[in-house]
Design a protein around this ligand. Structure first.
Ligand code: ZN
Length: 68
């Protein structure tokens, strides 16, 4: 038995998938999204000038897009 990295439920990993960390496909997708968001934040931190230009261009839309 393993604990899902996303929802924390216990699940039985597939015999054929070694080191399975997620109980289901939706959880796997969510984990990927979180990973991608973390990467995006890192990228933005390294390119502060890009986000300034982006917000200037799109103003309110950019802000609502970030929170959603
Ligand atoms: Zn899960």
């Amino acid at each position: 038995m393993s604990n899902c990295f996303v929802c924390g439920r216990t699940f039985v990993p597939s015999k054929y998938t070694r080191g399975q960390k997620f109980c289901s496909v939706p959880c796997r997708h969510q984990a990927r999204m979180v990973y991608k968001r973390g990467y995006d934040a890192l990228w933005r931190a390294r390119h502060p000038g890009y986000m300034k230009a982006y917000q200037k261009r799109y103003r309110g839309e950019a802000v609502s897009g970030l929170t959603g």
